[in-house]
Design a protein around this ligand. Structure first.
Ligand SMILES: [Zn+2]
Length: 120
């Protein structure tokens, strides 16, 4: 890692240690900014939607975005580390349980979640 590399970017909101560990450039950070803005937009949109099919569409977009975020952070694509799909407004899957399962190829789906439960 180049210790003298200058990052010409406002790092507010970012884990600085991780930014340096992953050796992210200013350009990488601007890509991340863009992706996080998109994520916020999806979340805001979901909060206003009541139609379940439309919510499921937002869910698909969020999951694709999670992969893009991993790439931008220079992590390998890994579904088990996704943590935004169960934070979509309208989702009733347990946040704490799913946080605990990060890194493990398991998801805790609530049977009353209108977005993620595929039963019936
Ligand atoms: Zn859910």
């Amino acid at each position: 890692m180049n210790e003298t590399k200058k990052i010409n970017h406002n790092l507010v909101g970012y884990n600085r240690a991780l930014v340096f560990k992953q050796d992210l450039s200013t350009k990488d950070l601007y890509i991340l900014d863009k992706l996080y803005r998109k994520l916020k937009k999806y979340m805001r949109t979901a909060a206003k939607i009541e139609d379940i099919d439309k919510l499921k569409e937002v869910d698909k977009r969020v999951r694709k975005l999670e992969y893009k975020l991993q790439e931008a952070w220079k992590f390998k694509r890994d579904k088990s580390h996704h943590k935004y799909w169960y934070r979509i407004p309208g989702c009733t899957c347990p946040i704490y349980d799913n946080d605990e399962l990060l890194g493990i190829d398991m998801e805790r789906i609530s049977p009353n979640c209108p977005i993620h439960f595929e039963g019936n």
